[in-house]
Design a protein around this ligand. Structure first.
Ligand SMILES: C[S@@+](CC[C@H](N)C(=O)[O-])C[C@H]1O[C@@H](n2cnc3c(N)ncnc32)[C@H](O)[C@@H]1O
Length: 493
C-alpha cells in the first residue's frame, strides 16, 4: 500500500523525536486542546503515522481511531501503544488502510472530530482525501487539517540572507527568470518580518523584469520630458509607487552585491535614487537599457551612493544616439564633482542635466513631489521624501540621529532607513550614521507603514538588524537587498 508520502517516509522517520518534530507535535496538541470538543468523543486521525497525536488524545480520554497506509509507521504506533496503561490501550484502534477507501467502508458511523495532519500536501491531487474527510465527518463536526505552507520554507534561508536558497524555496531556479518570465510577484516577507515586500525577477532573459516587454528607446527630456506625461498619467490611474532595490550594501559592495541604489517607479516614470557602486549592472537586469531611466536623485556625494552615475552616463552618451537628451540628475550642490571628474572634462556634458539643490529644498521630479531635509552626515546629505498618487516613500540617505527624521518619515508608506550597524554606532561615527535600533525607533514614532533597513555594513547579519529594529517597531521590517520590491498602492494593496 503506497502513497505519495512513501518516498519521503524514511526522512520523516529519521526526524521523529527530534526538536522540530517535538515542537510541531506540541503546537498541534495545544491547538487541538483548544478546538476539540471535550472527551469522551470519537476521533479519527487520518494519516496518523506513528500515532503521536492519537496517543496523546487517548491519554486525555478520547476514543481514537488511527488510519494510515504505512506498515512501518503503524508498527511504531503499536509499539508505543503497547507501553500505555490498559485503559488507554482500550481507547485506541490502529487501522492500516488508505484514507480514501477507509471512508467507503460500509456501516461506518461518522466522527465528531476528524484529524488529517501532514498528509494533504503530499498528494498530487488532494481532492479524494478531502472528499473522504468530509464523508467521515459528522454534521457539525470538527475537521483539523495541518498542511505545510510551501512559501514558509523560504523564511529560514531568507533570515540568513541566503537568497539563492530562498528563491529555490519559492520554486524559482536561481539566476533564471521565473516561469512566465517577468512579473513581479509579491511574496511573504522574504527577509525580516511581515509580508508585503516582494522580489523582482532579475537575470539575463528576465530583465524586462518589472514590466514585461522592454520599451523601445524613447529619450526623455529633462524634467520628465515628452514621454513622461503619458507614463505619469498611467501611474496616476493605477496609483502605485514601486521601489525596487538594486543594492543595499553600506560603504563597499559585497560579492555579487551592490551599494545603495533604488529604482522608484510611478506610472511609467523611472527615478533612480543613489546610483552607488555596482548598481548599474543590477539596474540593467531590471530595465532593458540605460536610457530607460528618466531622472536620477542623489542623497549625497559619497561614492557608495553615486559612483555608478559615471557608467550610467557613459552608457547613454557613448551610444552616439542623436535623439538622446540629457538625463536630469538632482543632487546636493557640489556632491557630484568627483564622480563627474572621472572622465575628461566635458566628456559627459551631453548626457547630464545637473540640477543642484540645497537639502531642505522642495523639488518636482516627473510625477514625484520631493521634499528634502538636511540630515547630519560626514558631508551634506539630503533626506528625501517622495510623494506620488497619494503614496509616499521616505529615504534617509546616510544620517546620524536627528529630530528631522520623524518629520521625514511621518506616516510614510515605506521608510527606507540607513542602518549601518544593528545596535550601536561606534563613537567616532555616532553623530553621522545610524543603527537598526534607531531606525526602528524613528519608524515607530513616525507611524510608518513598512520599514526597509539599508546600508548595512558588509558582514552584518541581516537578521540581527531586523531584531534591533523590531525592538521598537512592531510593523513589517525587511532588509534591502537586490531585487527586493516594495509597492505602495491604494490602501489594502
Ligand atoms: C507526514 S506523516 C504525518 C503523520 C501524523 N499525522 C503526524 O502529523 O505526525 C503523513 C502520514 O500520512 C500517511 N498517508 C499519506 N497519504 C495517505 C493516504 N492516502 N492514506 C493513508 N495514509 C496516508 C503516511 O503514510 C504518513 O504516515
Amino acid at each position: 500500500m503506497s502513497t505519495a508520502f512513501t518516498a519521503g517516509e524514511q526522512h520523516w522517520q529519521a526526524r521523529l523525536g527530534k526538536l522540530r518534530d517535538v515542537v510541531r507535535q506540541e503546537l498541534v496538541a495545544r491547538q487541538l486542546e483548544r478546538e476539540l470538543p471535550a472527551p469522551p468523543v470519537r476521533i479519527i486521525d487520518c494519516g496518523c503515522g506513528q500515532g503521536t497525536q492519537a496517543l496523546r488524545l487517548a491519554r486525555r480520554g478520547y476514543d481514537v481511531t488511527g488510519v494510515d497506509a504505512s506498515a512501518d509507521l503503524l508498527a511504531r504506533f503499536e509499539r508505543d501503544l503497547a507501553a500505555e496503561p490498559a485503559e488507554v490501550r482500550g481507547r485506541v484502534r490502529a487501522e492500516r488502510d488508505m484514507i480514501e477507501t477507509y471512508a467507503e467502508r460500509a456501516g461506518l458511523s461518522r466522527f465528531p472530530a476528524v484529524l488529517c495532519h501532514g498528509v494533504l500536501m503530499c498528494a498530487d491531487d488532494p481532492e479524494p482525501v478531502l472528499r473522504a474527510l468530509a464523508a467521515l465527518t459528522a454534521p457539525g463536526g470538527v475537521v483539523s487539517l495541518l498542511v505545510r505552507n510551501g512559501d514558509a520554507l523560504a523564511m529560514r534561508p531568507g533570515l540568513l540572507g541566503d537568497w539563492a536558497a530562498c528563491a529555490a524555496a519559492f520554486g524559482w531556479p536561481a539566476g533564471r527568470p521565473r516561469p512566465g518570465g517577468h512579473r513581479v510577484v509579491r511574496r511573504p516577507g522574504v527577509h525580516g518580518r511581515g509580508g508585503r515586500f516582494g522580489r523582482a525577477a532579475a537575470g539575463p532573459g528576465g530583465p524586462a523584469g518589472l514590466r514585461g516587454a522592454s520599451r523601445a528607446h524613447r529619450p526623455v527630456p529633462a524634467g520628465g520630458g515628452a514621454a513622461a506625461p503619458d507614463r505619469a498619467a498611467a501611474g496616476e490611474r493605477n496609483g502605485l509607487m514601486r521601489l525596487t532595490v538594486l543594492g543595499g550594501c553600506g560603504a563597499w559592495p559585497g560579492a555579487g552585491q551592490a551599494c545603495s541604489g533604488y529604482l522608484v517607479e510611478h506610472g511609467r516614470f523611472r527615478l533612480l535614487i543613489d546610483p552607488g557602486y555596482a548598481t548599474l549592472p543590477r539596474l540593467l537586469l531590471t530595465v532593458a537599457d540605460a536610457t530607460e531611466v528618466d531622472a536620477v536623485l542623489v542623497s549625497h556625494g559619497h561614492p557608495d551612493h553615486c559612483a555608478d552615475l559615471n557608467p550610467l552616463l557613459r552608457a547613454r552618451v557613448f551610444r552616439d544616439d542623436p535623439a538622446l537628451v540629457p538625463l536630469p540628475v538632482y543632487a546636493p550642490a557640489g556632491a557630484l564633482g568627483p564622480v563627474l571628474a572621472l572622465d575628461r572634462p566635458g566628456a559627459l556634458d551631453d548626457a547630464i542635466a545637473l540640477r543642484e539643490f540645497t537639502p531642505g529644498d522642495r523639488l518636482t521630479v516627473g510625477p514625484f513631489g520631493v521634499r528634502s531635509w538636511p540630515l547630519p552626515h560626514f558631508m551634506p546629505n539630503a533626506g528625501l521624501r517622495l510623494e506620488a498618487g497619494g503614496r509616499s516613500l521616505a529615504y534617509t540617505g546616510d544620517t546620524g540621529p536627528s529630530p528631522l527624521l520623524t518629520e521625514l518619515a511621518d506616516g510614510a508608506d515605506v521608510y527606507l532607513a540607513e542602518a549601518t550597524y544593528p545596535w550601536r554606532v561606534p563613537p567616532d561615527s555616532e553623530r553621522y550614521l545610524s543603527s537598526g535600533r534607531l531606525a526602528g525607533a524613528v519608524a515607530r514614532e513616525a507611524g510608518v507603514g513598512r520599514l526597509l533597513l539599508t546600508h548595512l555594513q558588509p558582514g552584518t547579519e541581516p537578521a540581527e538588524a531586523v531584531r534591533a529594529a523590531a525592538g521598537s517597531f512592531p510593523g513589517e521590517i525587511a532588509v534591502a537587498s537586490a531585487g527586493l520590491v516594495a509597492e505602495a498602492g491604494p490602501r489594502g494593496e
